[in-house]
Ligand binder design. Structure first.
Ligand code: PEP
Ligand code: MN
Length: 350
């Protein structure tokens, strides 16, 4: 981004502006010569408050090449979250949030058991796929509407919110009817037709980061939702594809921290999909919270050995409480809180 100064700007106004930019954490350099007046080049991205303050200088006449591609998703002030409230649950406040449940909704009883375990661990949101994006057409694709009903009923019995994926424009309406939050999966993060429909479905949207999306692309996808009128957008990092095979995907804690600076949107982390196996979920969950995530979206199943989808990475239901305790412990170290219900603490003898 280039700031062109007024011709009447006093000598040295360019260096003065550069110092102001540096104080705002924006590096840059003085441009000499060809502009015919003083000019300063700032490194992208410049957004929010920094952009406003710098362009408000009385010496600045014109800005070139500003335009963030996602002004609605950009942070007003670096690192400052604008919390999103959904049905009494605050995403992006001091308190961390936990969403838990099976990868796929399989039976009414399975979601009931998961909901019970989730609420006992302090989760506020029940997750579970009714429409599953599967690699192979022969894989279980989800039960659709009946699954949405089972999720809703279980969530209502336990005072939980429901988050579940809308796979395409067609399923978005049904998902919005039964769920509190519409999830857009990693594979469809850039399905712009779906984003446009999801934006108008009347529900807040949880937007997973695609397997190889840059932060720029992720925020641009969020911009589609915000621009289309979505009443709230919550981001969720779920790992990207890398050369590594010891994990299923590479959870990008760097991206959690970097995105935190650039957007006001709350950011959750899904430690389950990058882990690929149960034993790695805890460490990735801890790392996510330490990196600044506002909460977790975690897979848990009453009997992972029989799961129709992602069994190896599903926590046992009894693993949810220890996970919640770790959220409270790591969260406490980074200025966040997580309330583990008293009954659960008592039952666990803590
Ligand atoms: C999910 O959370 O159910 C899911 C399918 O995740 P992702 O889109 O991140 O693969
Ligand atoms: Mn899954």
């Amino acid at each position: 981004m280039i700031l062109l100064l007024k011709r009447e700007a006093p000598e040295g106004a360019d260096r003065e502006l550069l110092r102001a930019a540096a104080r705002l954490g924006v590096p840059g350099r003085v441009l000499s010569g060809s502009w015919g007046r003083q000019a300063v080049e700032l490194e992208e991205p410049v957004a929010g408050r920094a952009l406003r303050l710098l362009t408000a200088s009385p010496f600045v006449e014109e800005t070139l090449g500003v335009a963030s591609a996602h002004p609605l998703a950009d942070a007003e002030d670096e690192g400052v979250v604008r919390p999103v409230e959904v049905g009494g649950v605050l995403f992006g406040g001091d308190a961390l949030v936990l969403a838990a449940g099976p990868c796929a909704v399989e039976t009414e009883e399975q979601v009931e058991q998961a909901a019970l375990a989730a609420v006992r661990a302090g989760a506020k949101i029940l997750r579970g796929g009714a429409y599953k994006p599967r690699t192979r057409p022969s894989d279980f694709q989800g039960h659709g509407i009946p699954a949405l009903r089972w999720l809703r009923d279980a969530a209502d019995r336990h005072d939980l919110l429901v988050v579940t994926e809308a796979l395409d424009e067609r399923s978005c309406g049904a998902v919005a009817e039964w769920a509190d939050i519409v999830q857009i999966g990693a594979r469809t993060m850039q399905a712009t037709a779906l984003l446009k429909v999801a934006a108008k479905c009347g529900r807040p949207v949880l937007l997973k980061r695609a397997l190889s999306a840059t932060v720029e692309e992720w925020l641009s996808a969020a911009e589609y939702l915000l621009d289309g009128g979505a009443p709230g957008v919550i981001l969720c990092e779920r790992g990207s594809r890398s050369f590594e095979t010891a994990t299923r995907f590479s959870l990008d804690v760097g991206v959690i921290a970097a995105a935190r600076l650039r957007t006001h949107l709350p950011i959750l982390a899904d430690p389950s999909h990058p882990a690929g196996r149960r034993a790695l979920v805890g460490p990735l969950a801890r790392a996510s919270i330490a990196a600044g995530a506002d909460g977790l979206l975690v897979e848990a199943h009453p009997d992972p050995s029989c799961a129709r989808c992602d069994g190896p990475q599903a926590l046992l239901l009894e693993d949810l409480l220890p996970l919640a305790q770790e959220m409270a412990a790591v969260g406490g170290a980074v200025g966040r809180t997580f309330a583990v219900p008293r009954a659960a603490r008592a039952a666990a003898g803590v």
